[in-house]
Design a protein around this ligand. Structure first.
Ligand code: 13P
Length: 300
């Protein structure tokens, strides 16, 4: 392992590369990353880093976002099969048909979506800015793709009509209201922090709802000592590292995303050695998707 870490450090220098990792990545990957963050922070970092090569330790849509925002950089995805089943619930053709049914609606596209879908959308959002993005639009109706639970969460705070796509995250949907009840009974002092991709009944039982970055911030700033966490288990690593003495418990043992766990140190070393697999969003999809992402970055 130490050898591998040394090799990665050397390859990074040789290639002029940075490693950007999502909060759900395996602990060892987070530990060697130059930056660990939520989807919004990763997009911002991809756009602004001076590095020529970005290893995106995450899933495909995150690497695509980096390619859309920084087309001059080489984006490496250590495992080409690291996808997102939620993103795969929507495609460009399906979205075009839905747009025809709701011609007056703006299309807001959660970043967990394919590049082709972003290209068909008016604006992107992440879980940390979805409500702000929706409120920034002049439209009264919003077609929100692809996560129906995030759409439902946003609809609680806006007068606009939110038309949800029927996608959802398999991992977050595993948390049941019964598990929340049991966990609360076992840890009555704990605050419940969940991701808005959880089911509405789970979200309603939470003390805080936010992106992975939002959950990390809440835990840092809170005076409470115990927390029940309703998002992918990889986040526990940072929560524990940043909050010595505070206790974190997962709401469900099902909170593990197999795609996020496909990244390993060996695959990171290999992709830097071989400079592949590269994720490159082709034109003209890239420039159209760029518009949607750029509008998001300007709106929030
Ligand atoms: P965040 O933007 O909260 O990091 O969420 C990313 C994600 O894929 C949630 O499943």
């Amino acid at each position: 392992m130490e050898e591998l870490v040394k090799e990665i450090e050397e390859l990074k220098r040789e290639r002029g590369a940075v490693i950007l990792a999502h909060n759900y990545q395996p602990n060892a990957v987070q530990d060697i990353a130059d930056f660990v963050g939520d989807s919004l922070a990763l997009s911002r970092m991809a756009a602004t880093t001076p590095a020529r090569v970005i290893v995106l330790a995450g899933v495909r849509f995150m690497a695509e976002s980096a390619s859309i925002l920084a087309p001059e950089k080489t984006i490496l995805l250590p495992d080409p099969f690291a996808g997102c089943p939620l993103a795969d619930t929507v495609d460009a053709e399906g979205l075009r048909r839905a747009r025809e049914r709701y011609p007056d609606a703006a299309v807001v596209c959660y970043v967990n979506s394919p590049a082709e879908v972003k290209a068909e959308s008016d604006i992107c959002c992440t879980s940390s800015n979805a409500l702000k993005v929706v409120q920034s639009l002049p439209h009264r109706r919003v077609l929100f793709v692809p996560d129906r639970n995030l759409a439902h969460y946003v609809s609680r705070f806006t007068d606009k009509e939110i038309i949800p796509w029927e996608g959802s995250c398999l991992t977050h949907c595993r948390v049941t209201p019964e598990e929340v009840e049991e966990a609360k009974a076992a840890h009555p002092e704990a605050k419940v922090l969940v991701h808005p991709e959880c089911r509405p009944e789970v979200v309603e039982a939470a003390d805080f709802v936010g992106s992975t970055g939002g959950i990390l911030r809440f835990a840092r700033e809170s005076l409470d000592r115990e927390f029940l966490i309703g998002t992918e288990m990889g986040i526990i690593h940072r929560l524990e590292a940043e909050n010595p003495g505070k206790k974190f418990y997962l709401l469900s043992p099902g909170l593990i995303c197999p795609n996020m766990k496909l990244t390993s140190l060996a695959k990171i070393a290999q992709c830097l050695r071989e400079m592949k697999p590269v994720v490159k969003v082709p034109e003209p999809v890239r420039s159209r998707a760029y518009g949607a992402l750029e509008r998001m970055l300007k709106a929030v």
